[in-house]
Design a binder for this molecule. Structure first.
Ligand SMILES: [Zn+2]
Length: 355
């Protein structure tokens, strides 16, 4: 799990900065005690510290929670506060409610909320969010590595290690999809490319949204319309370069003839839509099929209208190449991001086949 830079953590500890609480813990070598950044009870030798992302990491390294800051003296169940924090760490990717957590502690939700905040500096919800954001960045980073080498040379072999092949193109069940991304954290970045403005968004599983547009605001509106209940977090370049790398890879593909980057995808839709989208991934660059041919190939020969609809509902432009599906008469058919872009993509791909 990733930690803030050493310098940042040491500054936070020196200034006892409460805004860093929940982001990391530090152990004092030789004492066996670990604290939160804002702890005021110690004389600290900045050269004799060990840093931990989670309470679990700190306790596994043999440290005990500091009585002054983490074992909140106002809270009779302070040991169970530590247990609850560890429970949050272990279940950070699940939907946790204050009432279920307070049930575990045997106190009222409001009491837990206050005590937890006093001990850890953040509410249980913020603590969970902080862990999830770190997990997300960690996963992205593990997968992207050196983007050009990993993507273009090896077909991005590390993805399957991190995600497992099946979850790489994992689709949510229709039921959870209807929930509009409830309980999900989605990071997004908006950048200029050869094909205009692009907004890319990703969950911890992969890219869930890639769209072209004229204005950032309308792209953002489109994203929040697709995932009305998700928590959308703008990813500033300096904090999460991964999305930028991924957008760069797409842009290199569009502008410089680099292969289509094999990024992890989080396809969210109905079972039928996911079936169509997965099939689209198998259409080779330079090839095109009609909606009817796609319907045939997925074993639903009469469903060509539904295939067309599934293509129209594709949220992940270019990476799921719905532009390679045309009308039966060979005419262009629709494209969510404009028929000019569709034609340009097809021309580029044909050109590349000739080169
Ligand atoms: Zn302390």
């Amino acid at each position: 799990m990733t930690l803030p830079p050493d310098r940042v953590m040491k500054e936070a500890i020196s200034s006892k900065d409460p805004s860093r609480d929940g982001q990391f813990f530090y152990g004092m070598v030789g004492t066996g005690i670990f604290c939160k950044p804002s702890c005021t009870s110690n004389q600290i030798d900045l050269e004799k510290l060990e840093f931990f992302r989670t309470i679990k990491d700190a306790t596994q390294a043999g440290y005990q929670p500091c009585k002054a800051c983490l074992l909140n003296p106002d809270w009779a169940g302070s040991i169970s506060l530590i247990k609850i924090a560890r429970y949050i760490e272990d279940h950070a990717d699940e939907k946790l409610t204050l009432s279920s957590l307070s049930g575990m502690a045997g106190v009222s939700p409001s009491r837990l909320q206050r005590a937890f905040k006093k001990a850890f500096g953040v509410s249980p919800k913020s603590y969970q969010d902080a862990i999830r954001i770190q997990m997300f960045k960690y996963f992205l980073r593990k997968k992207s590595g050196s983007i050009t080498e990993a993507i273009y040379d090896s077909g991005f072999g590390s993805i399957s290690r991190v995600y497992g092949e099946e979850s790489r193109s994992l689709g949510m069940q229709p039921k959870s999809y209807k929930a509009g991304g409830a309980g999900e954290v989605i990071f997004y970045a908006c950048r200029d490319t050869t094909y205009g403005l692009v907004l890319m968004a990703a969950t911890g599983k992969g890219v869930c949204f890639l769209q072209f547009g004229q204005q950032k605001q309308s792209l953002l509106t489109a994203l929040s319309t697709e995932f009305p209940k998700a928590e959308l977090i703008c990813s500033p370049a300096q904090e999460a370069p991964e999305l930028d790398n991924w957008i760069d890879a797409v842009n290199l593909h569009l502008s410089n003839g680099a292969p289509k980057p094999d990024l992890p995808l989080d396809m969210q839709g109905t079972a039928f839509q996911i079936k169509v989208w997965k099939f689209l991934l198998s259409i080779k660059e330079g090839d095109t099929l009609s909606y009817g041919e796609v319907a045939n190939q997925i074993g639903r020969p009469t469903a060509f209208r539904s295939v067309a609809t599934a293509c129209a509902k594709n949220r992940i432009a270019v990476l799921i190449p719905c532009h390679r599906v045309l009308r039966g008469d060979g005419s262009l058919g629709g494209y969510r991001w404009g028929s000019e872009r569709k034609q340009a993509l097809l021309d580029m791909e044909k050109q590349r086949q000739r080169d």
